[in-house]
Design a protein. Structure first.
Length: 202
């Protein structure tokens, strides 16, 4: 099968409110667990995942806990991943915003840019897998991501590191589009945005 993506119709889904509180001078916790608003999608068609992690369904950030560092990073505690809060090419500000213009580049250049990135003093940043990007997507907001945690995300597509195994010539890779709320594939020569991640070392 060329693609593994599930498509369903939803009349409503759950939105969330965000609670932030300081746990030490350098960190803030944002807890997506206070569910109180219904967002009506009016039967909008959503493409719900690549299936790359063998799961399908509506990806929400509900019941996730994000620990925000003052250095522009955020830890999603359940997965144990550290993310850059701003798109590559933009600059994190102390007030929690991102300024500048997000960079776009082909897939191969994205892998190189991630390997060369030394944001916040770390040298092991990488392009996320498609399942990791889908995990932070929130289909009850626009753009389809928690803008408290990830400010100024472009309503466009972001590369993943996940190749499509169905293409013998290896010319396509998976992406997520935070403007449309879909995951699909593009030719690797297309220019996409980047949101970098790293594994937290034990």
């Amino acid at each position: 099968m060329m693609q593994k993506w599930a498509c369903f119709f939803f009349l409503a889904c759950l939105s969330v409110t965000f609670t932030a509180f300081a746990i030490d001078p350098d960190e803030v916790v944002v807890e997506d667990s206070d569910i109180d608003v219904l967002c009506d999608l009016q039967g909008e068609t959503l493409l719900l995942g690549s299936g790359q992690d063998d799961t399908y369904g509506l990806s929400k950030t509900t019941d996730r806990v994000f620990v925000l560092g003052r250095d522009g990073t955020v830890i999603e505690q359940k997965s144990g991943l550290m993310w850059q809060r701003c798109s590559l090419g933009t600059t994190y500000q102390k007030n929690g915003s991102c300024t500048g213009t997000a960079a776009t580049m082909p897939w191969t250049s994205a892998q190189i840019a991630a390997a060369d990135n030394k944001f916040a003093g770390y040298r092991d940043w990488r392009v996320p897998q498609i399942g990791e990007l889908e995990r932070i997507a929130d289909y009850c907001t626009t753009p389809y991501i928690n803008s408290t945690v990830f400010p100024a995300i472009a309503e466009s597509f972001y590369w993943s590191a996940t190749d499509d195994p169905g293409y013998v010539d290896d010319t396509t890779a998976w992406y997520i589009h935070f403007g449309y709320g879909i995951s699909s594939m593009f030719d690797k020569n297309r220019n996409g945005h980047l949101l970098l991640v790293r594994d937290i070392k034990e």
